[in-house]
Design a protein around this ligand. Structure first.
Ligand code: GUN
Ligand code: FE
Length: 426
């Protein structure tokens, strides 16, 4: 045995191989070999006979969940101030709260709460926004490292259109701070990596975007931002970028949509056909955040269209636009909002199915991190052990039915084990 990352979990195993179907194996064996899945089996294969077996009884075993979009500093006001649309919400609730992270003592208090919640959640991979503050963002990275979850964390860039108290002096200063933050954090962690994080077009001057685009290319860094979330925002971007063909093009001009899947764009509610083509050509990931899009009355993104076109899509909680960090909740919300879209807006796009929502929250977003989000051989071993025994029912249920109920009915208390890359988180 190489290290503690060779073992077998026995239980009721569910995972996706593709967006349409769910694989279920009752009382199967999931083999972890050196932190990677060696596959799911009905019987233990000969070569793994000496691996220790953890018997999970009647519990379910599924891949760890992937949150492609969450704001750590906004966790403090989750569930508050939900009665505004995006731009007013940013000015009224978000910017004043994020400004507090200049104070490291406050940041420590708040980020400890965030990191603990992430640890207990079903999430094993997350892409996280910090604030513009270098020190607080490094502190957030320190705390995320300790959770054992694999994450990408971004120091936010913003040098225009926000109050003095939450705006960087200019593009040069913003770039300099970013370089210094990269210097300190790039090689510091096992579980955490930095990700470039221009907040969105309205927050960043062309000068800053150009610098970040260059940095992305030179250092081969991933990028996360927001795109096409709200009608008022889209109109504003049109005014700010009269020379761009579209909101997506305003990023692409600076190479910030990536070239082959290096960028995540949250929301994408109102993309045009041309923008979808561009997003597809760049391999850009779309973080679908249905709970946020509901709370902020943003709209419902046409996920069925994205899937049909073969775009990369995963789920995001988008706390605090989204009111909680649960990706199970994001799965249910993605189904429910797609039904309302179908009923009220466009009956040509059929609602999402449980299989599709489960795929989005696991393998769909997971591929941003590499071979993540499935139990097929060679995938990194991210797994959850789910105890649904307290979600009582009188009738027999199939494994697929148990998973569906879990998506709608569970909370963190029903997650009894979690592994990231073969290492036990709890
Ligand atoms: N667009 C720019 N900043 C934000 C943010 O913090 N949350 C959401 N939902 N959208 C944004
Ligand atoms: Fe967001």
């Amino acid at each position: 045995m190489t290290d503690g990352r060779d073992f077998i979990l026995k239980g009721n195993i569910c995972y996706s191989k593709d967006v349409k179907s769910l694989e279920t194996v009752e009382q199967g064996f999931l083999v972890c070999r050196d932190g990677k899945s060696a596959g799911v089996f009905e019987e233990i294969p000969e070569q793994y006979k000496d691996y220790p077996v953890k018997d999970c009884g009647n519990m379910m075993i599924i891949p760890g969940l992937v949150d492609l979009h969450i704001h750590a500093p906004q966790f403090a006001f989750r569930g508050l101030g939900m009665d505004l649309e995006l731009l007013d919400w940013l000015n009224t609730n978000t910017f004043p709260e994020e400004a507090k992270y200049k104070d490291l003592e406050y940041a420590k208090k708040a980020y400890e709460i965030f990191a603990e919640a992430m640890k207990k959640s079903g999430t094993t991979r997350a892409c996280i926004f910090g604030t513009i503050h270098n020190q607080a963002t490094e502190l957030l990275m320190d705390l995320m490292e300790e959770t054992g979850i694999k994450s990408m964390v971004g120091k936010v860039n913003m040098d225009r259109n926000s109050p003095d108290y939450l705006r960087e002096q200019d593009a040069q200063q913003s770039e300099q701070d970013t370089l210094q933050w990269l210097e300190r954090t790039s090689a510091k962690y096992k579980n955490v990596k930095p990700i470039l994080t221009p907040r969105f077009i309205p927050s960043c001057t062309d000068d800053l975007m150009e610098r970040l685009g260059r940095l992305r290319k030179e250092r081969e860094l991933p990028v996360q931002s927001h795109l096409s979330e709200n009608q008022g925002e889209i109109q504003w971007v049109k005014e700010l970028c009269p020379d761009s063909q579209s909101y997506s093009d305003a990023y692409d001009k600076f190479g910030l949509l990536g070239e082959a899947g290096e960028t995540i764009m949250a929301h994408c509610v109102y993309l045009t056909e041309e923008e979808m083509e561009l997003i597809k050509a760049r391999g850009t990931y779309i973080a679908h955040c249905p709970n946020s899009n509901t709370n902020l009355s943003s709209g419902v993104a046409p996920i069925r269209t994205f899937l049909e076109k073969g775009l990369n899509v995963g789920l995001g909680s988008d706390v605090a636009g989204g009111s909680g960090e649960s990706i199970f909740r994001a799965m249910a919300d993605s189904i429910q909002t797609s039904k309302l879209r179908w009923r009220l807006q466009d009956d040509s796009l059929k609602p999402l199915t449980v299989e599709e929502a489960f795929y989005l929250g696991t393998a769909g977003g997971g591929s941003f991190f590499g071979k993540v989000g499935s139990f097929e051989e060679g995938y990194e071993f991210d797994a959850l052990i789910l105890d649904d025994s307290s979600l009582r029912h009188p009738q027999p249920l199939t494994l697929r039915e148990r998973l569906e109920r879990f998506i709608y009915l569970s909370d963190d208390r029903h997650i009894t084990g979690k592994y990231a890359e073969g290492v036990k988180v709890f």
